[in-house]
Structures are given as C-alpha cells and as structure tokens.
Ligand binder design. Structure first.
Ligand SMILES: C[S@@+](CC[C@H](N)C(=O)[O-])C[C@H]1O[C@@H](n2cnc3c(N)ncnc32)[C@H](O)[C@@H]1O
Length: 348
C-alpha cells in the first residue's frame, strides 16, 4: 500500500497551512481519503503531487476554476486553452500598466517643467489620452470570426472565390514580402510576423532558417499553423498589444492582416510595431490598400454594389495616410504595387 500522510504532514511537506489544503478540498480540487473511524484526512502521494501542481499553477495566477477544469478535462488542448487565456490576461495587464507608467512619467515631467499652474490642465489631458488609447487597444474584436475560417483558409486562398480576386497573386506577394524583409540582412535577425494565420509566409522564413515568431489573435489559426509547421514558434497576440518587450525585432512582416484595423487602430498598431522594432529595424506589410483617398473614390465608383460592400466590410489602408503616420516617427515608406488592390509597403 502506498504511503498516506495526515493533513499536518502534507502541510509541512508542501510548506503551506492546513487551512489552505482544506480550502482546496472545499473547492473540489482535491479529494483526500477519510479514516472511517476518526474522520481524519489522509493524503496519498498522488494527492500530494496534485496539491503541488495546484500551488505551481496558482503561481502563474491561474484561477481555482481554471485549475479544476484542467484536472477534470485532462486533455492537452484544454490545458493549452487555459494557459493561452492566462497569457492573454497577463499581456493585457502588462500593456495597461505600461500605459499608466508612461502617463505618470509624462505627468511628472510636466509638473517639473511647468512654471505656473498649467500642469494641472496638462495632467487632465494626459489622463484623457491614456483613457482613449486604452479604449482603442482593448476594444478590438474579431468580427470576421477567423477561428471558424482557420481549417478552410488555405483552400479558400486557392479557390479565391468572389470577383475581386484578392488572392490572385498570393504566392508572388508572399515571396516578395520575404525578399524585401531579408534584403541586406544577416540570417541571424529576429523576425516577427503579425497575423500569421496558417503560416504560409512564415514558412518562407523557416525554409531559409531565419528566426521567426508568429502572432495571431485566432487560436484556431495558430493551431493549424502549428500542425503544418511544427518548428514554427507561435503566440497568441494582436497588433494593438504586441506581446513582446521593446526593440526585440529586426524585421516585422504581415500579409492580409493589417486591413482588419480601423484608421484609429492602425495609428496605435504602428506605434506598437515601432515599440517592438529595433531603431534600425524594417517593417514590410503586404495587404489590400488604396494609394490615396481619390483612388479609393474612383475605384469604388467602378465596382458593383456587392464588390463595394465586400471592400467596406474591412478597412483597406490608404497609403498616403500611412506615409504620414510613419513620417511622424521619422520613418520612410516605399510602396510596391502587386495587383489592383494589393500593395507592399516597406518602412525603414
Ligand atoms: C486573411 S488572414 C491572413 C493570414 C496570413 N497572414 C496570410 O497571408 O495568409 C488574416 C489573419 O490575420 C489575423 N488578424 C486579424 N486581425 C488581427 C489583429 N488585430 N491582430 C492579430 N492578428 C489579426 C487573423 O486572425 C487571421 O489569421
């Protein structure tokens, strides 16, 4: 018979209070045996391991309900879901805290630098801006439901149904983004792909042995990408809260993803990309775009109602606006036309 421990012994071994053990029992996470005669709890080695696992998962801030579900379900997928959700929650907190920290820095500077009472108004405007920025960063929603598209995405790229033929030059676009991204760079560069989808662009980098990590807001897209390319490093993450530290990447690439951001969101996504990019880094985006507002107006006039609706369901970039946004950060943008609505913009 395997060894059994009393609650006091279990608490000593794990260096926790007996109350904590009783709490986990009350929540249904553990089920110690009971002595039939005296009612004492007895813990098997397995129950101790379970308790230790609970303690470790709590260190990752996993909720009691989450841990219970991991134990009950037992599958790898379910476990991954919980860890992904926790990763997302932690990333949100980091971004929120960072925004508060930057705002406090600005506030302190304005108090130091002001020679009159004007800093009081400045504080209010800094906090208002912080509030607006967080609203944009936290309210993005996947209204297209990419999770449901993940399993059929590659097939639909090939079929390219619809009259606008967005994917006609898909392979050429991906090849050109890859070439532009790596031109003149060492093979040891760190590359980030945003909106990695099923991994078709990342595969070009993997094939040539570049370090690439892909993020996507859709877990199912990530699952498909991982099934196709087991070596590909992937994380859940979005344009507006990139889950990496400042100045980590030499190159950022993205295809067919940026047009899911509104104009306001694009401005913040650009700040985010520049935050994680090294100062001499490069951004290469291949996507659906118009060169100018005027071009957009003219083009929409020439299309059918259904085609216009299809375009207006998303937010194609206006390249002349992108040029201005990047110029504010002292970055220069060059564009290459691939097809009627498909462009590559390279930012250096
Ligand atoms: C049309 S697919 C393109 C996939 C892939 N890049 C390609 O070129 O085949 C768009 C992808 O961008 C992702 N995406 C859309 N908006 C995003 C956002 N705000 N942040 C991160 N990924 C996003 C979607 O989940 C989806 O996987």
């Amino acid at each position: 018979m395997s060894k059994h421990y009393l609650i006091k012994e279990a608490a000593e071994i794990l260096n926790i209070s007996t109350n904590k053990i009783r709490f986990y029992e009350k929540k249904g996470l553990i089920k110690p045996l009971r002595d039939e005669e005296n009612g004492y709890r007895y813990f098997t080695e397995n129950e101790l391991i379970k308790l230790q696992t609970i303690l470790m998962y709590r260190e990752l801030n996993l909720s009691i309900e989450g841990i219970k579900d991991i134990f009950e379900d037992g599958s790898k997928d379910n476990m991954l879901n919980h860890f992904h959700a926790q990763w997302e929650a932690i990333n949100n907190q980091i971004h929120k805290m960072q925004l508060i920290q930057y705002s406090l820095e600005e506030i302190m500077d304005s108090i130091y630098e002001s020679e009159d009472e004007s800093y009081k108004e400045k504080i209010i405007s800094i906090i208002e801006l912080m509030h607006k920025t967080w609203k944009v960063k936290s309210e993005w929603k996947d209204k297209w439901n990419f999770n449901s598209w993940a399993r059929t995405y590659d097939e639909s790229v090939v079929k390219d149904i619809g009259t606008l033929k967005f994917y006609k030059k898909y392979d050429m676009l991906l090849d050109t983004v890859f070439k532009k991204a790596v031109a003149g760079r060492e093979r040891s560069i760190n590359v980030l792909e945003i909106g990695v989808g099923t991994g078709n662009l990342a595969a070009r980098f993997l094939d040539e042995k570049y370090n690439i990590i892909g993020i996507d807001q859709s877990r199912d897209m990530l699952n498909v990408a991982k099934e196709k390319f087991s070596d590909l490093k992937l994380r859940l993450g979005d344009f507006l809260k990139i889950p990496f530290e400042n100045h980590k990447f030499d190159v950022i690439v993205s295809t067919y993803a940026f047009h899911h951001l509104t104009e306001k969101e694009k401005v913040i996504a650009i700040e985010e990309m520049l935050r994680v990019l090294k100062p001499d880094g490069r951004i290469v985006i291949g996507d659906l775009m118009f060169e100018s507002e005027l071009d957009k107006e003219n083009m929409l006039k020439s299309l059918t109602k259904a085609e216009v609706e299809e375009i207006e369901d998303e937010y194609y970039s206006i390249i002349e606006f992108l040029i201005e946004y990047f110029k504010k950060h002292n970055k220069r943008l060059e564009m290459t036309k691939i097809d009627e609505l498909v462009f590559i913009v390279e930012v250096n």
